[in-house]
Design a protein around this ligand. Structure first.
Ligand code: B16
Ligand code: MG
Length: 211
């Protein structure tokens, strides 16, 4: 493989629980039941599509200005909850994989649905490892559409067949596979059967098998 493209939330850093708590607060404010089970549907899904899914779950419709107010309130709560994020919050094995990939001359990218990706990468102090970052600000069609990963491969001047995609969400695995990438599922047993390769965390990744 010539490049590794990483999802951010749930693969490099465990911000998924912060998203969950922020969406749960939002859903409860609408009187909609929202547990880890429902949250699984939102992983890797854009902010707007996530709120649409919550409203579908609760069979509710709301006015556009209320929709926008809830999006802002969810994001404000989420950002407040990750204020203290730092390099200690990287998931197990992340730094070692980034370092050994660099040593093997493998290009590195981020392919995230999050509009907060650069803010988070900045807090984690790992931007310098990445040759390209494609985030929720840079795509028209969010995951499960493959656009985010295809844009990443294009920016690296590679074909999807030359890139491994690391993902923790069903929407992201679907995006990777639809784009013709090999999909490595990480840290979420719900996606083990969907991925081409499955790892409990990145400490299990053997770079010699993919370099
Ligand atoms: P934001 P990823 C995704 O990031 C998260 O998995 C998902 O829970 C979140 O709703 C989405 O980003 C949008 O995030 O509200 O920060 O723009 O997993 O694709 O890195
Ligand atoms: Mg994710």
């Amino acid at each position: 493989m010539k490049a590794f493209i990483f999802d951010l939330d749930g693969v490099l850093v465990s911000t998924e629980n912060n998203h969950f708590l922020a969406w749960q607060r939002c859903a409860h404010s609408l009187g909609i039941e929202f547990s880890e089970k429902e949250n699984e549907l939102l992983k890797g899904v854009s902010r707007i599509d996530s709120l649409k899914k919550i409203l579908e779950l609760g069979k509710k419709t709301i006015a556009n200005d209320e929709f926008d107010r809830l999006l802002k309130s969810k994001n404000d709560f989420y950002l407040e909850s990750i204020q203290d994020l730092n390099q200690d919050n990287l998931l197990p094995g992340v730094l070692a994989v980034l370092q050994s990939a660099k040593a093997h001359g493998i290009l590195l990218g981020v392919g995230s649905s999050s509009k907060n990706a650069n803010f988070i990468l900045d807090k984690l102090k790992i931007q310098t490892y990445f040759d390209v970052v494609i985030d929720g600000n840079g795509v028209r069609n969010p995951k499960p559409d493959p656009e985010v990963f295809i844009n990443g491969a294009k920016a690296l001047d590679l074909s999807p067949a030359e890139c491994l995609v690391f993902e923790d969400a069903a929407s992201g695995i679907a995006a990777a596979k639809a784009g013709g990438f090999t999909a490595v599922g990480v840290g979420n047993p719900h996606i083990a059967a969907l991925a081409d390769i499955y790892l409990n965390d990145l400490t299990e990744f053997r770079i010699e098998e993919h370099a």
